[in-house]
Design a protein around this ligand. Sequence first.
Ligand code: ADP
Ligand code: MG
Length: 509
Amino acid sequence: MAEKILETRHIVKQFPKVLANDDINITLYKGEILCLLGENGAGKSTLMNVLYGLYKQTAGEIFLGGKPVEFSSPRDAIDNGLGMVHQHFMLVETLTVTENIILGSEPGKGPQIDYRTARKQVMELSSRHGLKIDPDEKIMNLSVGLQQRVEILKALYRKARILILDEPTAVLTPQEVEELFTVIKGLRDSGVSIIIITHKLDEVKAISSRVYILRRGRIEGERNTADVSKADLANLMVGRSVVLTVEHTDHQVQSEPVFQIEDLVVRDDRHVAALNGLSLDVRPGEVVGIAGVDGNGQSELAEAIMGLRGVERGVMRHHGEDIAGLSTRERIDRRISYVPADRHRFGLVLPFSVAENIAIGYHDRPPNSRAAGWALDYRAMEARAGELIDDFDIRTSGPRASAGTLSGGNQQKVILAREFTRNPDFLLVSQPTRGLDVGAIEYIHSQILAMRDRDVGVLLISLELEEVFTLANRILVLYEGEIVKELVTKDTDEREVGLYMTGGKERTA
Ligand SMILES: Nc1ncnc2c1ncn2[C@@H]1O[C@H](COP(=O)(O)OP(=O)(O)O)[C@@H](O)[C@H]1O
Ligand SMILES: [Mg+2]
């Protein structure tokens, strides 16, 4: 029997309004890779933050090497051999890799930091664990994948024997995920015990030997990864059976594009060219997917299409007519619908009711208003909202509930209800399922495909490659503001797309 290195007994964490962890018992064995699988809000990060001394548990005990421990801070946890890489990195942008790694545990005495010694140790660690990095580069010049390496090195520098990674792959390309998994397996072989938090079933299968499934703060099951199917894991995670893959049905794509972009140049907020002569077209009845690593021009593209950002050069055509001079409002009136990546900034007004949010943009015309926009017809607005609440399966107490009281998935359904029922012929959807759980994702995907089947042209911008593959007929890879490759979904795979996402070159540190 393997040695128990870490154990929780009856951990409870009560937040003022949420019971985030409810009687959690888990065990970590020495030298294993353990996954903690659960949907958004299941309580995974909370449990890890309790282990790491960031939160104090409401009840329950933690045992390290068989002995009860109480960590009053991450410092305590680190001193006891725990390391954690958070979902959001905690590095100092303006400092170098080496400075970040040694921050808080500098070698040498007193304030005099021996940078040369530290740098040597960092390079030694980095080559030992295959975590290639330039020790003198500033954090702000590193890709997210490389920043993650710095976080891992930081934990190893502090001699972590237990490493916790919270959703480590969310920000990585497929190639980077593969590299990370190789590193993690190497760490396991050198005796480090690892907990990986994820909501992705593929990852559980690819990396772990054992998995706990967490739902609504409780452990729903424990499985040996080799003995459990993805479908079973999904069912445990969601609490009902879910359809994992949308059936790739064929739909007749029309030949005349509904939307075209030619040679678009757009600058970002710092006046740097974010789009560099981008061209694309979308035809009725197809989903065109934009794949790419975050920050390659995705948000600027969406904003330019909707008239929320100025265009320096280029043409945008809707049904062959130039729309560059039109306001956002005029574009929407032309039957262009938009599901924005940031639900709270552009999509919803949280203090407003569900009915009001569904009417936004339409509040000044029938059926929502009488007398040419002067009197809001609340009865009609609420009746319509009631129908859409049913149609789109929005879980809420009713049309009058404020949008802010809904879960993320249901907020997104409110936006879909509004945008999809405007009778659009061109639909721009940006990261439609970010942060949502499997059940909501399944529903939203089916709705997007239903729009396609009604001959709407759909442009999908997504950082989730899996989503692009599920929905798109064609994939355009966006890299540094340009479409560097066009691929037909059924003739390619995530590896190939991932390669173009990093500029078509193998990544070098
Ligand atoms: N600091 C906090 N204060 C209050 N509620 C919190 C806090 N952190 C998390 N929660 C709530 O606890 C629940 C579990 O959250 P979390 O552990 O972050 O889930 P996961 O990591 O599985 O997505 C959620 O309902 C979340 O809103
Ligand atoms: Mg989390």
